[in-house]
Design a protein around this ligand. Structure first.
Ligand code: ADP
Ligand code: MG
Length: 268
C-alpha cells in the first residue's frame, strides 16, 4: 500500500481515554492503536462503552481524560466538524427528509457538503458532482439504482448508500457503530465484504462494532474487547476467542461464544 500511513506509525493512537457519566465510568482509561488499511472490531456486551468510545473519537463527546492522536493531530477538545474535516468519517442513517431524494442526489449532497456548499444551493446545483457520485455508487454496487428514490430501496441497499455517503469526504478513518444492526446474515456479510474491499483498495482504516461473532471472525483484522469501560483484551480474532477474560464475559451464562453474542445482538 502506498499510503503515507502504511509505515509503523499508527493512524489513530488512543491513550488512557476515559469518560464518566455521573458516577458511571463509561470508558475507563483505554488505550489502543489503529493502522491505515486495518479493520478493527470493537466488541463487548451492551453498556461496555463502545458507543461512548466512538463518540469521543468523532467529537460528539468530550473525553474527561486521555488522548486521541489522529494523523498527528490531537482530537480531544475539537469539534465534530473539525474532526470530520481531518478525515474521520462515520456512517449516518439517511434522514427521513432525504429519503425522497434519489440515491445519486443523496451522495451528491454529501459531496457538496464536503466542499462547504450550502444545502440551500442544492436545487440549483443538482447537476453538480453527479459523475463523482456515480463513481462512489459504483464502488458500493449501487450505480444501477442511482436514480431511484432512497425510500424504495431494500434495507441492505440503503446501508450501501450510507457507506457511499460516508466515503464522500474521502475519510482516512471510518467509524461504524453497529453498521449491520437489523440486517439479515447475508446482507451483513455483503456489507462487510464491501467495507473490507474499501480497506484493501484505499488503505482505509475502519473501527466498527458488531454483535455477530461470525462477521467479526470473518472480516476483522484485529479486535479489542471492552467490558464495563475497560479494555480486557486485544488481538487477532483467533487469539481473542481463546482469551480467558473474554470467555468469562461471554461464557458467563454457560452459553457458547456464538450463542451468547447472538443473544446480545438480539437484545440490542
Ligand atoms: P455500548 O455502546 O457498549 O453498549 P455505551 O457507550 O452506550 O455502551 O454506554 C456505556 C455506559 O455509559 C452505560 O452504562 C451507559 O448507560 C452509560 N451512558 C452512555 N451514554 C450516556 C449518557 N449520555 N448519559 C448517561 N449515561 C450514559
Ligand atoms: Mg452502543
Amino acid at each position: 500500500m502506498t499510503s503515507p500511513n502504511s509505515s509503523n506509525v499508527p493512524l489513530l493512537k488512543v491513550e488512557n481515554l476515559g469518560k464518566s457519566f455521573g458516577g458511571v465510568k463509561a470508558v475507563d482509561g483505554i488505550s489502543f492503536e489503529l493502522h491505515a488499511g486495518e479493520l478493527l472490531a470493537l466488541i463487548g456486551p451492551n453498556g461496555a462503552g463502545k458507543s461512548t468510545t466512538f463518540n469521543m473519537v468523532n467529537g460528539q463527546l468530550k473525553a474527561d481524560q486521555g488522548s486521541i492522536l489522529f494523523d498527528g493531530h490531537e482530537l480531544v477538545g475539537q469539534k465534530p466538524r473539525a474532526i470530520w474535516r481531518k478525515g474521520v468519517g462515520r456512517t449516518f442513517q439517511i434522514a427521513e427528509t432525504f429519503a425522497s431524494l434519489t440515491v445519486a442526489e443523496n451522495v451528491q449532497m454529501a459531496l457538496l457538503s464536503h466542499d462547504g456548499k450550502l444545502f440551500s444551493m442544492w436545487r440549483r446545483a443538482a447537476e453538480h458532482k453527479r459523475e463523482e457520485a456515480l463513481a462512489l455508487l459504483d464502488q458500493v454496487g449501487m450505480k444501477s439504482q442511482a436514480d431511484r428514490p432512497c425510500s424504495v430501496l431494500a434495507y441492505g441497499d440503503v446501508k450501501r448508500v450510507e457507506l457511499a455517503i460516508a466515503m464522500a469526504n474521502s475519510p482516512k478513518l471510518l467509524l461504524m457503530d453497529e453498521p449491520t444492526a437489523g440486517m439479515a446474515p447475508k446482507e451483513r456479510n455483503s456489507l462487510m465484504a464491501l467495507t473490507k474491499d474499501l480497506v484493501i483498495q484505499r488503505g482505509l482504516a475502519v473501527l466498527f462494532t458488531e454483535h455477530s461473532m461470525d462477521v467479526v471472525f470473518a472480516y476483522a483484522d484485529r479486535m479489542i474487547v471492552l467490558a464495563r469501560g475497560r479494555l480486557i483484551a486485544q488481538g487477532k480474532p483467533l487469539e481473542i476467542r481463546d482469551h480467558p477474560k473474554v470467555q468469562e464475559v461471554y461464557f458467563g451464562s454457560g452459553k457458547t461464544f456464538e450463542k451468547k453474542a447472538e443473544a446480545v445482538g438480539e437484545a440490542a
